[in-house]
Design a protein around this ligand. Structure first.
Ligand code: ARG
Ligand code: ASP
Length: 714
């Protein structure tokens, strides 16, 4: 009997484990809706996504850089009939920075437009709405056969994809994009409407929006007020339009209603948005390479760069403004990958994957047809991956050393365009534009210190086979070459650089290419492409093995429900509000409060400064209608949804589809979820919408924005 109970518990556990894993497709939710209802959802699949647009997904947006409209860097949602959009502070930080200066320091002080005329436009970001999604696998694979070469296969697929994309884009005026799913086994079409005039409406000071900074980043308990508000503008016919004074606020056909009530542990949570990349179905040897080779390269170089940059930021206020957003993105990946490799090791993911591969091998050998199809797959894939890994390591070392030197990176971009077929006029305009952006945020002293440190690291660790020629003699020996080149270059002097490139003609090219830094960068670029070309060739082969390996997993474990890896397309995830147990005898509660912000406050630590006004509001317990029954104010909550980078700003919904928070992070122990989701430790962190409302209302005094929103009453 006892055994029966234990195995029943085992099954229950397995079910609940599966319940939270996965980023599901909106148009295939029928497969999940039963489970979601059992977990507490009150909506139908059509309420969540449908073509007729009267559904929650039509109020969810992806944030894009205008020059990369299908790579969503963050998510957000529309919260008023006049196009107010809410996302994370860290998603809007580069826009805030563009509008900030020493005189108008919106990063430090925050910014609130008190009317529409004060909203700040001219930004290079846009938001997209998903208007429709469908399976086009059959059309994309038309003309493809199993006996084709990889090259031919890709050609046929790419040509089919372009035809579908242009047919849909031409006939609808919307933007169509086809993406590969299940490691190139299936293809789905997404149709987007992209708005290009998105203006900054309000943002808290960075001490709130990034409270806890890089110390608390990826960590629970968390107390960060990570939100920013934008507004979408459209032309007079409510259509997407480039930024213009003539544009008017977008009249949203659908927007989210807000549930500002207190939440409880166990409440159902659903998230929607644009998760970027996951790789859940890789073989054990690819996980081993990530854990032991790739992640350590990035973690080591970036960790040291961050220390140097932060030292400079503390010493110089101008450097602080210029490097705030740069250091944030360096630090973010550094810490995530450090958590990832530790989590992979702690959860013995390599061993678990090996065991699955053993089961797959048994399954293959048990049947002649399977042996015919998959008999040599694992061996072939292992061998090819070893080739790929060698190149990838070498490429990563150059990426993380030389292209992390700001000036070498710029120099390399300039070299590429000088060698391109563009006209002199085009070259001048492009390069001068880059120079403008570059010098606006540049500090030579900081770049020098970082570059010199990275070069030393490289000389110690790089595989001598791939080291660029002029550094070759220096291997195993003190470096310092690159730093000197930086100082001597024409790019070290902005006046000289502008003069050179404003007057650029084909005739000046020789002289520029003789600049010592340009010469050195030419060598780096050459070493890089010597690695990249064979790496890409090998990658095509490993990708094709991965396609078959994915197919094998789906056939071998046929009763498991597989979600397709994240690929920057629209997804739905669900779970519940819940704490977790990171290690033995440690247990975390799922809510944090403003009291915790005050506890953490430490004026000597930059990450933990709290604005006086927030302290006063906390002391006076002036939380308005947003306070909890025990008169505390919730800041963040934890839930068990499967998320990744790109899900930042994703709306968190309650069981009725009302907005209760904004996703912005995951917990440190669970950042391995991009490679292996583990329900024991993989949690996502949300900002509670009550804190957002409190802040706008009580701190910023921007009541007009609250009045625009619809807050649900009982
Ligand atoms: N880790 C989160 C994400 O990947 C939040 C990053 C911004 N916050 C910060 N403290 N750097 O985007
Ligand atoms: N913070 C991430 C983002 O910006 C979310 C995550 O990786 O969990 O999208």
């Amino acid at each position: 009997m006892k055994r029966l109970i234990t195995s029943f518990l085992g099954i229950l556990l397995a079910l609940s484990v599966r319940a939270n894993e996965g980023m599901w497709l909106p148009f295939l939710l029928e497969n999940n809706i039963g489970e979601m209802s059992e977990m507490g959802l009150h909506l139908s699949a059509d309420d969540i996504y449908s073509i007729n647009q009267q559904c929650l997904s039509s109020a969810v947006v992806g944030f894009v850089d205008l020059d990369r409209p299908y790579s969503h860097f963050c998510s957000g949602s529309v919260i008023s009939a006049l196009g107010l959009v809410i996302t994370n502070h860290h998603c809007g930080l580069s826009v805030v920075q563009q509008h900030s200066s020493l005189e108008n320091d919106y990063i430090t002080n925050g910014f609130w437009a008190m009317n529409q005329a004060e909203e700040l436009g001219g930004n290079d970001i846009g938001v997209c709405f998903l208007r429709r999604m469908e399976d086009v696998t059959a059309q994309v694979l038309e003309g493809v056969s199993d006996t084709m070469t990889i090259k031919r296969r890709n050609e046929v697929i790419n040509s089919n994809i372009s035809q579908i994309e242009s047919r849909v884009s031409d006939s609808t005026g919307l933007k169509a994009h086809v993406d590969a799913f299940y490691c190139n086994n299936e293809y789905y079409l997404s149709v987007y409407e992209i708005f290009e005039d998105v203006r900054l409406v309000g943002t808290p000071p960075i001490s709130v929006g990034k409270f806890g900074g890089d110390t608390d980043n990826w960590v629970w308990p968390r107390h960060t007020g990570d939100f920013t508000i934008f507004r979408i503008y459209a032309d007079s016919l409510n259509r997407p339009a480039k930024y213009s004074a003539e544009n008017v606020p977008y009249r949203a056909s659908n927007y989210l209603k807000i549930n500002a009530k207190e939440k409880h542990e166990g409440d159902f949570v659903m998230l929607m948005g644009y998760p970027g990349t996951t790789n859940e179905y890789l073989p054990s040897f690819a996980i081993a390479a990530t854990q032991d080779v790739y992640d350590p390269i990035v973690v080591s170089g970036r960790g040291k760069s961050i220390d140097i940059i932060k030292e400079r930021m503390r010493a110089d206020k101008a450097v602080m403004i210029k490097y705030t957003s740069k250091v944030a993105s360096l630090a973010n990946a550094w810490k995530k990958l450090d958590g990832e490799r530790r989590g992979l090791a702690a959860k013995r993911v390599i061993e678990k994957k090996r065991e699955r591969e053993r089961l797959m091998s048994e399954w293959i050998t048990a049947d002649a047809a399977r042996t015919e199809k998959y008999g040599t797959l694992l061996d072939d894939y292992t061998k090819e991956y070893a080739v790929y890994q060698k190149y990838r390591r070498a490429k990563l070392q150059i990426d993380e050393t030389f292209y992390k030197s700001e000036m070498i990176n710029l120099c390399s971009d300039i070299r590429t365009i000088l060698q391109s077929g563009s006209s002199d006029e085009e070259k001048r305009t492009k390069i001068v534009g880059w120079l403008r952006d570059f010098y606006a945020d540049y500090d030579l002293k900081t770049d020098l210190a970082v570059t010199q440190m990275l070069e030393l690291e490289y000389l110690e660790n790089a595989d001598t086979l791939y080291v660029p020629n002029s550094l070759r003699g220096a291997v195993g020996f003190i470096g310092g070459l690159t730093g000197k080149l930086l100082q001597k270059s024409l790019l070290a002097d902005s006046t000289k650089a502008f003069a050179t490139f404003r007057n650029y003609t084909q005739k000046s090219r020789k002289k520029i290419e003789n600049d010592p830094l340009f010469k050195f960068t030419a060598e780096i670029d050459a070493a890089y492409s010597n690695i990249k070309t064979p790496m890409q060739k090998s990658l095509k082969k490993t990708d094709d093995f991965q396609r078959l390996f994915m197919q094998l997993q789906r056939e071998c474990f046929a009763d498991k429900r597989f979600f397709p890896d994240a690929n920057s397309t629209f997804r739905v995830a669900y779970g519940q509000i819940s704490g977790y147990r990171p290690t033995d005898a440690v247990s975390y509660a799922p809510f944090t409060t403003l009291g915790g912000v005050i506890e953490k406050c430490d004026l000597d630590v930059y990450d933990y400064t709290v604005p006086d006004r927030l302290k006063q509001l906390s002391e006076a317990r002036d939380f308005g209608p947003y306070c909890n029954a025990d008169s505390s104010l919730t800041v963040c909550f934890l839930s068990t949804c499967h998320t990744t980078g790109g899900n930042s700003g994703s709306p968190a919904f309650d069981a009725d589809g009302n907005l209760i928070g904004l996703n912005f992070d995951r917990v440190w122990e669970g950042t391995m979820s991009d490679l292996q989701f583990d329900a024991d430790i993989c949690c996502n962190i949300c900002l509670d919408i009550r804190f957002v409302l409190f802040f706008i209302d009580k701190y910023a005094g921007a009541r007009h924005l609250i009045d625009e929103m619809e807050i649900v009453k009982d």
